[in-house]
Design a protein around this ligand. Structure first.
Ligand code: 13P
Ligand code: ZN
Length: 308
């Protein structure tokens, strides 16, 4: 071929394309190398510790219980390429206010006891879109699994709590034995249930002055129980599911764990003493003193008016 027959423009174009692709690949590789291991992210470490701790407390037999933790985009960018969606999973409900939000969520059918050994199988990181109808999987559920069957109750509760407290980040569900037992032998009236818990340990009213709300037995995993739970979450961070377990919410995993832990301790005392003659209790006047001491307002109408 003569030199004049060579199309230098074409060669230049191809060379430019190749250089561009090599540049992009190099950039991607550098970005990947710069990215940190998500298993070392503080939110991930805390999630794994919490699931393990809940299992150790006996609250999460088999696959019982589920956790969702809202994570800010800024907490993720060091660890994940947020443009890489692994797969899309329909949620089956609407949650319009949560579009664009990220949640680290336990997987359905997964055992809390195993979270620490295989977090990438038992947990997943999702981003919500389409008015809540779709979850984009960005990390986790590596065995092809998906988020908890209780996602409706979780996401609807997140939306409800964020209205009350923009700092809310966690929704947690589990099956603590004494709270569960209490729903078989105690009236499910919310005021009476709350007052009994408050009377069982001095610090209960301090930890949950808004009390606990209570749902009757309902079919779990449905949008209906999700809607009912979210409605109850508007007025309290704890919602008892009768003959099933409890939901808690809070600004972080520690606060939420602590709420459930405190209510469960109170229920434990109740189950120890309910069949015995009651000789002493914490009176409403005592509880007003606690409210003064800790500068808090108890749920309106739950304590007898103060004596003058
Ligand atoms: P998942 O395994 O779907 O999270 O369900 C557990 C549970 O506790 C249902 O209420
Ligand atoms: Zn459950």
């Amino acid at each position: 071929m003569a030199l004049k027959d060579i199309n230098f423009d074409e060669i230049k174009g191809v060379a430019k394309d190749v250089a561009g692709k090599v540049g992009e690949a190099a950039h991607d590789t550098v970005e990947k190398l710069k990215r940190k291991d998500i298993l070392t992210a503080p939110f991930m470490v805390e999630m794994i510790r919490t699931a393990t701790n809940m299992y150790d407390h006996g609250w999460d037999e088999r696959n019982g219980g589920n956790i969702s933790l809202m994570v800010d985009e800024a907490e993720l960018t060091d660890y994940l390429d947020l443009t890489q969606v692994i797969r899309e999973i329909p949620t089956g409900f609407d949650a319009p206010t949560l579009d664009g939000k990220y949640f680290l969520v336990t997987g359905t059918g997964k055992y809390f006891k195993n979270v620490q050994y295989a977090p990438e199988v038992n947990l997943g990181l999702i981003r919500i879109k389409d008015s809540g109808r779709t979850a984009e999987l960005l990390w986790g559920y590596t065995d092809g699994g998906k988020f908890t069957s209780e996602l409706p109750a979780h996401l609807m509760s997140h939306a409800a709590r964020l209205e009350v407290n923009p700092e809310n980040r966690v929704v947690m569900h589990c099956h603590p034995g004494n709270l569960l037992a209490m729903t078989y032998v105690h009236t499910l009236d919310e005021k009476a249930f709350t007052r009994t818990l408050w009377q069982m340990c001095t610090e209960c009213i301090v930890v949950f002055p808004e009390g606990v709300n209570v749902l009757p037995w309902m079919l779990c995993g449905t949008n209906s129980i999700g809607e009912a739970t979210a409605e109850k979450m508007k007025t309290a961070r704890l919602v008892v599911w009768s003959q099933h377990g409890i939901y808690g919410s809070g600004k972080d995993l520690d606060e939420t764990f602590g709420l459930i832990e405190t209510a469960e301790k109170a229920a434990e005392i109740y189950m120890k003493i309910a069949h015995l003659p009651l000789l002493n209790t914490i009176t409403d006047e005592d509880m007003w003193l606690l409210c003064d001491r800790f500068e808090l307002t108890p749920r309106e109408g739950y304590l007898a008016p103060r004596q003058a």
